[in-house]
Design a protein around this ligand. Sequence first.
Ligand code: NAG
Ligand code: NAG
Ligand code: NAG
Ligand code: NAG
Ligand code: NAG
Ligand code: NAG
Length: 340
Amino acid sequence: MKFSIIPSFSVFIFPTITYAVSLIEALNANGASQFAQQIQANPDILALYNSPAVKTVYAIPDSSIGNSTLRLRAVADPQRLSLHASGQLTNLETLSVFPGSVSKSNLNSPQLQQPQAVVSQSGVSTNTSSSSRRRSVGGTIPSTPVSIASGLGNKVNLVSGDIAYDGGLIHVVDGFFTVPVSLSDTISSTGLSTLQGLLNQSNLSSTFNQANSFTLFTPSNAAFAAAVNTTNTTSPAALQNLLQNHAIPNFVGYLPDLVDGATYTTLSGNTLTVTVKNKAYFINGVRIVSPNTITQNGVAHVINGILTPTPPVFTGAGWMLRPGYGVVAAVVTALLVQLV
Ligand SMILES: *[C@@H]1O[C@H](CO)[C@@H](O)[C@H](O)[C@H]1NC(C)=O
Ligand SMILES: *[C@@H]1O[C@H](CO)[C@@H](O)[C@H](O)[C@H]1NC(C)=O
Ligand SMILES: *[C@@H]1O[C@H](CO)[C@@H](O)[C@H](O)[C@H]1NC(C)=O
Ligand SMILES: *[C@@H]1O[C@H](CO)[C@@H](O)[C@H](O)[C@H]1NC(C)=O
Ligand SMILES: *[C@@H]1O[C@H](CO)[C@@H](O)[C@H](O)[C@H]1NC(C)=O
Ligand SMILES: *[C@@H]1O[C@H](CO)[C@@H](O)[C@H](O)[C@H]1NC(C)=O
């Protein structure tokens, strides 16, 4: 016991020596002693972090925790600490590769039927001036900034990482992850009021919330405003179709899982196609402006337009599935969106 601080010093003085360093020692040696205290304050959480179920730890340095209020809140929230403990060994390179990677946590999500995840994001062009900025400390982060998305669309920055301990790797992030909440609470808490109002009107909120694995493309308020003359939400059926065409059931499409050219069937049976161009993501030609808002039952991506899905077509007419023909096909069926 009297030697307990020796490995920390050794790592500091002789960084190339490989020692068996415990997680707590490594956190203390790397300026994350408050985070280490949070883990130790809850026996179940400490047991989790010391178990083989945890291979990557997203630690918050004391400088980012700052105040004791946050610390106490985190102690009272084992869910959040479970979200900071990944079961996968994920290094900086994996997290930094375009467009990022999915990191499965130890927060169980019965609705997802798989562990809840956080998603790193790198080099994705969202074309907004407020996109996450690079905050590199110590030069360990590769050339593009990396943020990590969790609940309510909150993103924290990766500031350093690949700190080895005897159970895996520690990465340092500049804030806590947010525990995901229900899809409808996520929509209302992130200011998507037009979508929220339409969801209320359509009575689809609980259907969407209760779905087991669910991807929703969530148009911004500006997107709805711009489409006011071309989107018909007058009849209940048209409204429901419109919303169902933004949803992919039985699929959790975190950004890295949406590959260029992939097609997905919406809740109302139509087809959406992913296009990736110049590091920007499009769904049937509509741009994803804020990806990876993690919800209790899946993921939501904010888009800057209303989706015009492509109706299903039969074999031999594969050309119709291409996004460029989506509008043509929609006019033909005129089911969901009436173009003026
Ligand atoms: C932290 O909280 C204490 C008491 O609530 C306060 O006095 C102190 O100024 C705070 N420190 C910082 C860095 O915000
Ligand atoms: C960003 O959006 C504006 C307006 O929508 C567009 O003119 C511009 O080309 C976009 N920039 C990039 C880098 O995509
Ligand atoms: C939607 O319904 C919820 C609960 O019924 C309500 O609190 C909220 O204000 C409604 N939102 C809109 C935009 O209509
Ligand atoms: C919608 O149509 C009205 C009436 O023609 C027009 O005044 C308004 O600018 C249009 N709105 C948009 C976003 O195109
Ligand atoms: C919207 O659809 C309803 C019923 O389908 C129709 O009565 C109404 O005229 C349409 N409105 C517009 C603006 O196309
Ligand atoms: C939603 O429910 C209300 C009340 O039951 C009903 O009046 C309305 O038509 C429903 N809306 C849709 C889109 O089904």
